[in-house]
Design a protein around this ligand. Structure first.
Ligand code: GLU
Ligand code: ZN
Length: 309
């Protein structure tokens, strides 16, 4: 794995569970545009931790679509696939096990809902299996003891944030009952290992950030990454466009004869970065971010960077 020797490193990290759509493109526009604005680099990471949902044809399509769009990641392409990182995740897990922070959880989602009344909002795990400890011979998920502490960070766009993962989601799942590494675990290990220090992603992942900060601190990451959560694309009815929706793939636009600049312009216009759907070249993304998004937060992060060897 080649990690860039550069101060600012961000990443585009799609999961190959479907084709790239306008929602991904909005994220890509923020990631590449801000990386250029900051003089940083973009890594491409394929987040195929959920083996049941990922397919090689989606991975190939993502790489092809990015190439067509003119969005060039730095260095190795991709920097990693999470499916190839099993040995590293085991190593990190073992370090947590040695500190007595991990336990086996045999609860199904249904059981957790039944006990906690789950219902609306996010499911909070109630610590039911905590006292039974780590039982490697037992089939089940693996959870991390989370102290009830508050995580504060300054989002580069949204300003000060306060979260308490222990109260919001309870003990974090590191590996699920089907032996898939979870998003929260894999992403935290990877962002650290790959030197990612600016994480730019959609607002739908805002609640994950406190969890990833708490986990990174627990793992001993000395320098925190800075985070920016951007608005999500909405359809005219105001619904979030997601893979589960009938979102149109980038490749469908291409098949209809649209150019890469047409599609980039369309995505940027959807989140108000571009006055209307006029073509936008991949080489012009920097122009969308003429000023620091939040000078106060950027100043704070410059300070953090100085402390990083
Ligand atoms: N793999 C995630 C997704 O495709 C992105 C995760 C992240 O940016 O932290 O939604
Ligand atoms: Zn349990």
């Amino acid at each position: 794995m080649t990690i860039p020797a550069c101060n600012i490193v961000t990443r585009f990290a799609p999961s190959p569970t479907g084709y790239l759509h306008l929602g991904h493109l909005v994220n890509a526009i923020y990631v590449w545009g801000l990386a250029e604005r900051w003089g940083g680099q973009v890594l491409l990471r394929l987040e195929d931790h959920d083996r049941g949902r990922c397919r090689p044809e989606y991975e190939a399509a993502i790489l092809e679509d990015l190439d067509w769009l003119g969005l060039q990641p730095h260095g190795a392409f991709p920097v990693c696939r999470q499916s190839e990182r099993h040995a590293r995740y085991v190593q990190v897990l073992e370090a947590l096990v040695a500190r007595d922070l991990v336990y086996t959880c045999t609860c199904s989602r249904k059981e957790i809902v039944a006990r906690t009344g789950g219902g609306g909002g996010e499911l909070r795990y109630d610590g039911h299996c905590r006292d039974q400890g780590y039982r490697p011979e037992q089939q089940g998920g693996l959870r991390l003891h989370l102290d009830d502490h508050t995580v504060s960070f300054e989002d580069l766009l949204l300003g000060p944030q306060t979260q308490c993962p222990a109260r919001q989601c309870g003990d974090l799942l590191l590996r699920d009952r089907h032996d898939n590494w979870t998003y929260q675990f894999a992403v935290t290990v990877d962002d650290w290992d790959q030197g990612v220090n600016r994480i730019v992603r959609g607002e739908d992942l805002l609640e994950s950030t406190g969890r990833q900060i708490q986990l990174a601190q627990l793992l001993g990451r000395p320098d925190g990454a800075a985070f920016l959560h951007h608005p999500l694309i909405s359809d005219p009815g105001g619904h979030k466009l997601s893979k589960r929706d009938f979102a149109k793939g980038i490749r469908d636009y291409r098949a209809e004869g649209h150019t890469a600049a047409d599609v980039l312009g369309k995505a940027a216009a959807h989140v108000g970065l571009w006055p209307d759907a006029t073509p936008l070249a991949a080489t012009d993304l920097r122009a969308l971010f003429p000023t620091d998004t939040n000078p106060m937060a950027l100043a704070r992060n410059k300070h953090v960077e100085k402390e990083t060897p």
